[in-house]
Design a protein around this ligand. Structure first.
Ligand code: PLP
Length: 382
């Protein structure tokens, strides 16, 4: 779809991309002071990212995620996106054939990132009835007991994908304590961690809600994070993420094999130049969250008017909507929507359970200009 060159094309609200800040980001990236390539950058750089970049990322995450124990560059290993770094975690933390629990429905990339490269398998754990962000100990125990592979960890996304919402502090601690008591490793993917907009005000944005935020971690040696630039900085195509860990052993192992995931030196330099402009960075994040809240409010007003139920969001840029009222099978509806010119992601892309209440939900991204959002809604309601 393009409003001028392809107005009848399919609007893509299925891929998790944020297009609301292209003007701001492009003017920063195309500033010669930010992007000029120097002779030094023609040489090999440090595989885990430059010290300068790791320092800047640690400062940024300390500012927004407010971990109880501040991050330093020693806790950060930079790489070419959270997807490849999830695979790196799989290689470093587990053995081929191991499995990890994952609260479902879940971000489909986890399955591919862990399975295709590191041969680690995902085992979904159902949420409590009536609250998709609540997973109780009994469900975790049951999944552990019934698994046909050795379970070695838990992977979660917080803010959650596909729900666009943060877990509660209690829930995060439940995951961590459960993991500790069963000797499991926790991987927490916080790629939407700076796109939290629930209590946004004129002056401030809500402090990020991350696993490190609430409490001293029950088992810091076995709890590892992921964060990246794809979502919070709208830079999917540049391919940059990082692993975050307090464990010296895990960091040492990652730094040994991260030559497989290292980022280009000029991108490293561009990111240093962006993040070291703290005023610009903070303004960018604040503006982004204001725009996300505005689009979310606009979208939910419209969904309410059409009696379409949805999971209430507070972060990220998609919403999980319930299209049972269409009265047809999920994949048939998905095809119908594509034919009608709008692409949104069906619950099966998130490995939803094969039961009526879990199917016919769709994840819809809303980080597009309002004209495009309105046109998508027109196509959806038809
Ligand atoms: C939860 C989650 N993790 C990881 C990724 C992939 O991130 P990256 O672009 O850094 O590889 C995505 C992209 O949609 C995501 O939603």
């Amino acid at each position: 779809y393009h409003s001028e060159t392809n107005p009848n094309g399919i609007i893509n609200l299925g891929t998790a991309e944020n297009k609301l800040n292209n003007v701001e980001m492009l003017s920063k990236l195309n500033d010669p002071k930010v992007s000029t390539v120097t002779a030094e950058q023609l040489l090999y750089g440090p595989n885990p990212g430059s010290d300068r970049l790791r320092i800047e990322i640690a400062k940024l995450l300390n500012r927004y995620l407010k971990p109880k124990v501040s991050f330093t560059m020693e806790n950060i290993c930079v790489g070419n996106g959270c997807g490849p770094l999830t695979n790196l975690c799989g290689e470093v933390l587990f053995d081929h054939g191991d499995a990890v629990l994952v609260p479902g429905p879940y971000y489909g990339g986890f399955e591919a990132d862990l399975k295709y490269g590191s041969r680690v398998y995902t085992i979904p754990v159902p949420h409590c009835e009536g609250d998709c962000l609540k997973v109780d100990e009994a469900a975790l125990e049951k999944a552990l007991k019934n698994a046909n592979r050795p379970i070695k960890g838990i992977i979660i996304a917080n803010p959650n994908n596909p729900f666009g919402r943060c877990y509660s502090a209690e829930q995060l601690l439940l995951f961590c304590n459960f993991a500790k008591s069963h000797g499991l490793i926790v991987i927490c993917d916080e790629i939407y961690g700076l796109s939290t907009w629930r209590d946004i005000t004129e002056e401030n944005i809500e402090e990020g809600k991350c696993i490190e935020d609430y409490h001293y971690l029950p088992d810091p040696e076995n709890t590892h994070g992921l964060w990246g630039f794809s979502k919070d900085f709208c830079l999917n195509g540049l391919r940059i993420g990082c692993t975050i860990s307090y464990s010296k052993t895990v960091m040492a192992a990652m730094q040994k094999i991260c030559f497989l995931t290292c980022i280009p030196t000029n991108i490293d330099n561009i990111l240093v130049n962006i993040l070291s402009d703290v005023e610009w960075t903070d303004q960018f994040i604040l503006n982004n969250n204001r725009k996300l809240l505005k689009n979310y409010t606009h979208l939910t007003n419209s969904l309410n008017a059409h009696n379409i139920p949805y999971v209430k969001g507070d972060s990220g840029f998609f919403i999980y909507i319930d299209l049972h009222q269409a009265g047809i099978d999920e994949l048939d509806l998905w095809m119908k929507l594509l034919e009608g010119g709008v692409y949104i992601s069906p619950s099966q892309a998130f490995f939803s359970e094969d039961k009526a209440s879990e199917r016919n939900w769709f994840r819809m991204c809303f980080a597009v200009e309002q004209d495009e959002l309105n046109l998508s809604l027109d196509r959806l309601y038809k």
